[in-house]
Design a protein around this ligand. Structure first.
Ligand code: 6PG
Length: 240
C-alpha cells in the first residue's frame, strides 16, 4: 500500500485537488484497461466534487459508476446517495444509463437487495477471483469515524466473505461494500472537510487505535490510499 496524506488550504482547494486526482486516475485506467470503474460516497462533502466533474468533458462511454454505500430509501428519497450524485453530476452528462449501477433499495428486504447487488457486481466483474479491483473508491468519514456504512461496533465490520453487506446506523439499515472489497481497490480516496472531523481523524491516522471504534482504520487498500483533507479538518494532523 502507498499512503498519501495531503492537507489543502480550504474546501475549494480540496475539491480542485480531488477532481484533478480523479481525472488522472480516469486517464490511467482507460489507457491501461479501456474503462474506469468508480464507487461514489454519499453525505454532503463530495457534492461540490460531483458538480466539478459534471463540468468536465470525459469519455463517458468508458466510465462506470457504482456506490460504496446507500441509505435504505427509495431512489427518489431526499436521503438517497444515488439521487444526490445524479442531481449534482450524472444527470448532467452524457453517461449511458447502463453505466450507472446503483445499489437496489426497493425489495423491502435489505438482505435480498444486498445479495442482488453482489450478484450484479459479480456479473460486471466476471474475472474477479475473490474480490473485484475497482479503479477508485471514494469515501468520507463521519464524526464517529465510520466510513461507507461501516459503523462502530456493528456486524458489518466482521464480514470478510462477501462483497456487499448490511450497515446499521442507529437501527436503520444501509447497504454497504464490505471492508475486504474496499481494500481490493486500486485506489481509495478519502475526502474529508470540516473541524467536526478532527477528533475522528486523529484516532484514524494515529499509529495505534481501535478499528472497531473508528472503522475507517480498517481501510488499508492493496493499492494507493489518499487522505485529502481541508485545513479545518487536517490541522490536527499538521500540528502532530
Ligand atoms: C453516507 C456516506 C457516509 C459519509 C459520511 C460523511 O451515505 O452517509 O457514504 O459514509 O461519507 O457520513 O458524511 P458527510 O460528508 O456528510 O460529513
Amino acid at each position: 500500500m502507498e499512503k498519501f496524506v495531503e492537507v489543502l488550504a480550504d474546501k475549494t482547494a480540496l475539491i480542485a485537488r480531488s477532481r484533478d486526482l480523479i481525472l488522472e486516475k480516469i486517464q490511467t485506467a482507460i489507457s491501461q484497461r479501456g474503462q474506469f470503474t468508480i464507487a461514489l460516497s454519499g453525505g454532503g462533502t463530495p457534492k461540490p466534487l460531483y458538480e466539478a466533474l459534471a463540468a468536465e468533458s470525459l469519455p463517458w462511454d468508458k466510465i462506470h459508476i457504482f456506490w460504496g454505500d446507500e441509505r435504505y430509501v427509495p431512489p427518489q428519497h431526499p436521503d438517497s446517495n444515488q439521487l444526490m450524485a445524479r442531481q449534482a453530476w450524472l444527470d448532467r452528462v452524457d453517461l449511458p444509463e447502463t453505466h450507472i449501477h446503483p445499489m437496489p433499495t426497493e425489495a423491502d428486504n435489505p438482505t435480498a437487495d444486498a445479495q442482488a447487488h453482489e450478484a450484479q457486481l459479480k456479473a460486471f466483474f466476471p474475472e474477479a477471483q475473490d474480490f473485484p479491483a475497482f479503479d477508485l473508491i471514494l469515501l468520507g468519514i463521519g464524526d464517529d469515524g465510520h466510513t461507507a456504512s461501516l459503523f462502530p461496533h456493528t456486524e458489518a465490520l466482521e464480514v470478510r466473505d462477501r462483497w456487499v453487506t448490511i450497515g446499521n446506523k442507529d437501527g436503520q439499515p444501509r447497504i454497504t461494500f464490505t471492508i475486504p472489497l474496499i481494500n481490493h481497490a486500486r485506489c481509495v480516496l478519502f475526502l474529508v472537510a470540516g473541524a467536526s472531523k478532527q477528533t475522528a481523524l486523529e484516532h484514524i491516522l494515529a499509529e495505534e487505535g481501535d478499528p472497531l471504534q473508528y472503522p475507517a482504520r480498517f481501510i488499508q487498500p492493496q493499492g494507493e490510499l489518499y487522505w485529502l483533507l481541508d485545513r479545518a479538518a487536517g490541522s490536527v494532523i499538521e500540528d502532530r
